[in-house]
Design a protein around this ligand. Structure first.
Ligand code: GDP
Ligand code: MG
Length: 394
């Protein structure tokens, strides 16, 4: 998706004159990419209409930077699709909050509950997990296993069959124990059936969650909108977490879920492990999608791999574009331990992972010209880093 969209923008930027045709070609290309990624048709059509309304080429006085205006309009519309403007309830450290997870069976609820708890625990919270899934055999064992591994207190029962009772008892207990993030995992079953929604409503009424999080598997495609809407109609969904973003899912369903629930995505799941869980932020995400880079994400990665006492200096140098090859060499040696260089590259201005040539890490000289071309569209920081990678791959 990122590749096709940033290519469309690039093509527009390369055109000598920006006229109606160039704009239409660009928008059609983006539309096609979004539809192929399973974004709901109506959303895509609305976006296209909005952009055309904003970018009225006939009325733009000469001297206006049309490319910039178009790019900005596309950026804003994509942000609007992902940010419905309803910031969700944010739990406060030290103050007890109840967060209830809902979603179909297999969507990744139980896994995500633990990831969410673990994420906060690392930041000094006191989370706890309650298993209110009495429908699936082994549900409690699964949560218990996850919780034990992460050393997070948990509550559940092998004998009690009433999910409402378990949920209430668990929440009460952990409130008494001064936990500040009490997470209630619920049953999902196979389909959107009346009994599931009834159970969900009851658990929600009894535990009065501060936040209900809808968990969705990113690979469900066009079914996303209806599924998300059905959940929203039954409980007060306030936020979305999209799972399995590491797979081959096209991810467009996520945008539909946002529209259907009028709730933002707060995290994404990128693997089965506890720490394969990322905070989701709209602007950096859209920037990357458009090939505009995400220096803040890049800086976050640096924080992960650079010793604390050296971070400040490094970030300073990065933001000044004041890099020596020696610094870059050390940095990249560490960075390549965290993830594929291609993924990191996509955070740099003018890049998207899909633009990377196949087998990049083992590139040979004959393709170096392609890097040069790509680098032409990058900012100075990006160029420097690309230059370094180029040298290392020679
Ligand atoms: P639940 O039925 O909604 O509670 O779903 P589970 O938490 O039991 O997850 C179903 C399956 O999806 C399990 O095998 C998980 O390991 C897997 N899973 C959950 N989240 C992710 C993710 O982000 N990436 C991948 N690859 N697998 C995931
Ligand atoms: Mg489960």
């Amino acid at each position: 998706l990122g590749g096709s969209i940033s290519r469309a923008i690039q093509q527009m930027s390369n055109a000598t004159i920006i006229d109606e045709k160039v704009l239409n070609d660009c928008l059609n290309e983006i539309t096609r990419a979004l539809l192929q990624a399973d974004v709901q048709f109506k959303l895509v059509r609305d976006m296209q209409t909005n952009i055309k309304k904003i970018v009225n080429l006939d009325h733009l006085a000469a001297g206006h930077n049309k490319r910039k205006i178009i790019q900005q309009a596309i950026f804003n519309e994509l942000c609007k699709m992902l940010d419905p403007g309803n910031p969700p309830f944010t739990p406060k450290k030290g103050k007890p909050s109840v967060v209830m997870f809902v979603g179909l069976q297999g969507s990744g609820k139980t896994t995500t509950c633990t990831k969410y708890a673990y994420y906060h625990q690392k930041k000094g919270w006191k989370p706890a997990l309650v298993c209110a899934d009495t429908f699936r055999a082994g549900a409690f064992d699964q949560l218990k296993q996850n919780a034990t591994k992460a050393k997070i207190p948990f509550y559940g029962s092998y004998t009690e069959s009433d999910p409402v009772k378990i949920a209430v008892d668990g929440v009460d207990r952990f409130k008494k124990e001064n936990c500040d993030l009490i997470i209630v995992d619920t049953s999902g079953r196979h389909k959107q059936e009346a009994a599931l929604f009834e159970e969900m409503r009851q658990v929600s009424e009894a535990t009065k969650p501060d936040l209900v999080i809808f968990v969705m598997d990113s690979s469900i495609g066009q079914a996303a909108f209806d599924q998300a809407q059905a959940f929203k109609q039954n409980v007060a969904v306030g936020a979305v977490i999209v799972t399995k973003m590491d797979g081959h899912a096209k991810g467009g369903g996520a945008l539909s879920a946002v529209a259907a629930t009028k709730s933002p995505i707060i995290f994404i799941g990128t693997g089965e492990h506890m720490d394969e869980f990322d905070l989701f932020e709209v602007k950096p995400f859209v920037s990357r999608l458009l090939g505009m880079g995400d220096l803040s994400g890049f800086v976050d990665k640096i924080h992960e791999v650079v010793p604390t006492d050296q971070q400040h200096e490094l970030v300073q140098k990065l933001s000044e574009g004041n890099f020596t090859l020696r610094i870059m060499y050390e940095l990249f040696q560490n960075l390549s331990k965290v993830g594929p260089i291609g993924q990191l590259f996509s955070m740099l201005p003018g890049f998207s992972a899909e633009l990377m040539p196949e087998g990049f890490e083992k590139e040979s000289q004959q393709k170096n010209k392609r890097y040069m071309t790509m680098m032409d569209s990058m900012t100075n920081e990006g160029k420097l880093i690309a230059a370094y990678l180029l040298i290392r791959n020679l």
